[in-house]
Design a protein around this ligand. Structure first.
Ligand code: F0G
Length: 459
């Protein structure tokens, strides 16, 4: 077999959803009306949507067949029994609660563990995780290795928690004040980078030493398992599911947004080992989500997730998934586009600060690139820089984010290689006009999570 043979999609297409490429003139007008914020653009005006990999997966024929088998009974539905069995087998944990999405599981768990004076430590808290923790009055600290956000540093497990820093924080704040240690796999807010099994084991030891609760946020745990199998010594012979099981079982609780590696369009899970904690969570679940055997989900959603959680560990699927993300990253890298390396699982992150060095952080180079990709190619993506994380000091000056990134997140099983080729081609136009592009200024912003609704003007 030729070594350079194209890695074709391990599926064929049974149903199509038309997408439309508009003219650049049309898109300039759309973007202006949307205040230069792609969150405010209609999806019908987008050609390739790389805004998120969450809830955007294409379901398989098996999942759609499962949808027809959904049992919509209020209590004890067989669709629930199916989902509960799949999740218990995967996690090894006895208490499973279904929620409408990941953040609902976070709100329940951190609502119970959090509160004023409590401290949470993570490799990196995802925004909804941080928001749910801070909403209770608790504090959230990220413990990532010093150079993990540097686009050029090549480390196999750049998503790892810095265990030494975590230990210092436990000593500073006192073990009685620690709500939990949270390992996010893969580490979405830090370039979608994987976490090693070794790191999870060390975190287990740290939690045992101080008697602390260990939570895994594993919405991309299958993708993480791929990296462990191929990068971490000792795992080459294990299946992806065995690796995921081993990692999850190290923790005391497991939270998952099924909108990612559940290959479903909605859903979340909160899974635990401890009966007393599960009892408290069940009580909150019933108040805000629904009865314990459906949470926020329909029977058909639960079928789709149960089947998705099985399909996601298929070796052909995972290989295609990780390699197709890498394909985009590699080609952008070859063009000289600064991208975070090694490439993560669900997205490629472009360093817009380095691509547009003439645009300072307070003129938002990431947002400029997001706008340029939309105008030039109808591609939608999201800024992960000073628009998302910037704060103001008491003089109203912007305290910039550490990096000005743009995330190109790839929906699962949705786009073919030629769509990705198209995205790569659009970057030629970005390179050609990069000196000419200008920054933006904010004309409206809400008090929190401003990136969703802020409006801008081009300078
Ligand atoms: N944890 C992580 C690591 C996530 O990436 C997300 C969502 C959540 C929790 C929350 O799950 O959306 O089901 O409530 N990430 C999406 C993204 C929104 O675009 O990265 P949810």
């Amino acid at each position: 077999m030729s070594k350079t043979r194209t890695l074709a999609e391990p599926f064929k297409i049974k149903m199509v959803e038309p997408i439309r490429l508009t003219t650049e003139e049309y898109r300039i007008d759309v973007l202006k009306k949307a205040g230069y914020n792609p969150f405010l653009i209609r999806s019908d005006d987008v050609y390739i949507d790389l805004l998120t990999d969450s809830g955007t997966s294409a379901m398989s024929d098996h999942q759609w067949a499962g949808i027809m088998l959904g049992d919509e009974s209020y209590a004890g539905a067989h669709s629930w029994e199916h989902l509960e069995k799949v999740v218990k087998d995967l996690t090894g944990m006895p208490y499973v609660l279904p929620t409408h999405q990941g953040r609902a599981a976070e709100r329940i768990l951190y609502g119970i563990l959090g509160g004023k004076g409590k401290v949470f430590i993570s490799n990196t808290h995802f925004d909804t995780t941080r928001a749910n923790i801070e909403f209770t009055g608790a504090e959230a600290f990220d413990c990532l290795h010093e150079n993990a956000l540097d686009t050029a540093t090549l480390m196999p497990f750049k998503g790892n928690m810095d265990i030494q820093k975590a230990r210092e924080l436990i000593k500073i704040y006192g073990k009685q004040n620690i709500g939990a240690l949270i390992l996010t796999v893969t580490n979405n807010s830090a370039g979608g980078q994987p976490v090693s099994m070794q790191n999870a084991k060390e975190l287990r030891q740290l939690c045992d030493e101080f008697g602390l609760l260990f939570v895994i946020d594993g919405c991309r745990v299958a993708e993480n398992s791929y990296f462990i199998k191929h990068r971490e010594p000792g795992y080459g012979e294990n299946t992806y599911r065995e690796i995921a099981h081993e990692m999850i079982y190290l923790a005391d609780a497991f939270i998952m947004s099924a909108k990612k590696d559940g290959l479903a369009n909605i859903g979340g899970l909160l899974v635990m080992k401890d009966e007393a904690l599960a009892q408290k969570c069940t009580n909150l679940l019933i108040i805000s989500e629904g009865f314990a055997t459906y949470g926020g989900l329909t029977g058909r959603d639960m079928e789709a997730i149960a089947i998705g959680l099985d399909e996601v560990f298929d070796p052909d699927y995972l290989h295609y998934r990780i390699k197709s993300t890498e394909y985009l990253g590699r080609h952008l890298d070859e063009k000289g586009i600064p991208v975070i390396k090694p490439f993560g699982g669900h997205a490629i992150y472009v360093d817009a600060g380095k691509l547009y060095p003439h645009i300072p952080a307070d003129k938002y180079p990431g947002q400029a690139l997001v706008c340029d990709l939309y105008t030039k190619g109808g591609i939608r993506c999201v800024e992960v820089g000073s628009v998302m994380f910037g704060k103001y000091n008491e003089h109203g000056h912007l305290l910039a984010a550490k990096t000005e990134l743009v995330r190109l997140a790839i929906p699962r099983r949705v786009y073919t290689q030629s769509h990705i080729e198209y995205v790569i081609d659009v970057f030629d136009d970005i390179i050609e006009d990069k000196q000419k592009t200008t920054g933006l200024k904010i004309t409206y912003e809400p008090p929190f999570l401003r990136h969703f609704t802020a409006r801008f003007e081009r300078l």
